[in-house]
Design a protein around this ligand. Structure first.
Ligand code: GDP
Ligand code: MN
Length: 391
């Protein structure tokens, strides 16, 4: 079989291995950080800004666009400005991009949301969270403050970068003709997306899209299906089991029927790129293909009657529209958001072998030697604070 290294070099090798002296005067991409937040999240936002400034932006000075469905207050703005010398813009989200669209009956949607709350579905009962997920799924890239940008890097409150990023990821994305970059892929909570895959695969089928090789990353393999335990209902818990969720389609009633011909008999393995970190091309989101996908997903009602997150939406769109060569795994970024983290251990072999869409392979002898040699060298952190090894 082809080695991991060959596959990786073919599709998606690391942009940079090791540390560079950051090119502080090199041309920049047309790009910005995008941060959606509320005033009450100021402390978490400052933690994030401190971290990205310390590990990246003090050299690169990319601007920030802060977005909010309300207005940012003076304290919020002043405090953020005290922590960066980069340009900052403040945007309010219009009612058109946040909340129930006019073709939805808010009473029905609110009832659906309340039901998800009763069933203890994570964030299911929180209306604002549903609005946030829909905004990040199909609206953020239409915000007027983002129109001038070609690329964005998503930040959230309470994240931490723990390795220096000494190169410009946007420039490398451009150079390598990449569309979408991620650093963590995890499994979604099944009960938040019982029907999402039916609609995503219907989109793919209805538009005669053949996989470019990424879709398979999201399809449950027959073996996984067999192995999946079917837990019995816990009488003390109102939360439905995964099997019940699948059987009942959705706890709040059926979403509109789709043509069974449009289904391919596959099921979702719940894998998704964790979208609180994203570096991506905005014009992919603005494309007709992406927006047709969003429209089909949106019209199903899944943003209210289920609790579809923007992460599985972005991921399944990537699966339908992109190939492995279009996406980039930032395996060298040390990143943490609340309870989940990615620690790259920047050793060359590990960078190659941790890509989730490549089969796990044992390191060959040569890689093992490189790996050992890497760990035997002194820590490359220099006096000026540049250094990207993470232990
Ligand atoms: P989690 O990471 O899934 O637990 O969700 P978060 O609470 O962190 O929300 C995801 C992102 O959306 C974060 O950037 C939040 O600041 C933002 N967000 C969530 N709900 C709202 C809201 O109602 N208004 C605004 N302005 N931002 C929100
Ligand atoms: Mn968060």
């Amino acid at each position: 079989p082809p080695s991991i290294r060959k596959i990786s070099e073919k599709y998606d090798k690391p942009f940079v291995v090791g540390c560079l002296e950051p090119k502080v005067n090199a041309p920049r991409a047309n790009a910005a950080f995008v941060v959606l937040a509320r005033n009450k999240e100021l402390d978490g936002v400052i933690q994030t800004v401190k971290s990205i400034e310390r590990h990246f932006n003090r050299w690169f000075h990319y601007p920030y666009v802060f977005l909010n469905d309300g207005e940012f207050n003076a304290t919020f703005k002043e405090t953020v400005l005290n922590h960066t010398s980069a340009a900052v813009e403040w945007g309010t989200i219009s009612a058109e991009h946040w909340g129930f669209p006019d073709w939805v009956d808010p009473a029905v949607a609110k009832e659906g949301i309340a039901k998800q709350g009763d069933h203890a579905i994570m964030y299911g009962g929180m209306e604002s969270y549903h609005h946030m997920c829909r905004f990040y799924s199909g609206k953020f890239y239409q915000h007027e403050l983002l129109q001038k940008y070609e690329w964005y890097w998503r930040l959230e409150p309470e994240i931490k970068y723990f390795c220096d990023i000494t190169y410009d990821p946007f420039i490398h994305m451009i150079r390598n003709k990449k569309t979408y970059g991620f650093t963590i892929a995890v499994k979604e909570l099944r009960e938040t997306v019982p029907n999402i895959f039916r609609y995503a695969s219907a989109y793919k089928r209805m538009n005669n899209l053949t996989s470019k090789g990424l879709w398979e990353m999201f399809v449950e393999k027959p073996k996984e299906k067999e192995e999946k335990a079917v837990p019995t209902t816990d009488p003390k818990s109102k939360k439905p089991t995964p099997q019940e969720m699948e059987d009942s389609e959705s706890i709040v009633g059926k979403l509109p029927e789709i043509d069974p011909e449009a289904m391919e008999g596959e099921s979702y393995n719940m894998c998704h790129f964790w979208s609180n970190f994203e570096i991506a091309r905005l014009d992919w989101f603005r494309s007709k293909e992406y927006n047709d996908f969003f429209e089909l997903m949106d019209r199903s009602g899944g943003f209210w009657m289920e609790r579809w997150g923007d992460a599985p939406i972005h991921s399944l769109a990537a699966g339908a529209l992109l190939g492995p060569g279009d996406i980039h795994y930032f395996r060298d970024f040390g990143y943490r958001h609340t309870t989940i983290q990615h620690c790259p251990a920047n050793a060359p072999a590990r960078q190659l072998s941790r890509s989730p869409y490549f089969e796990k392979t044992t390191l060959d002898e040569k890689m093992r030697r490189e790996e050992d040699a890497y760990w035997a060298t002194p820590d490359p952190v220099k006096e000026n604070g540049v250094g990207c090894r993470c232990k």
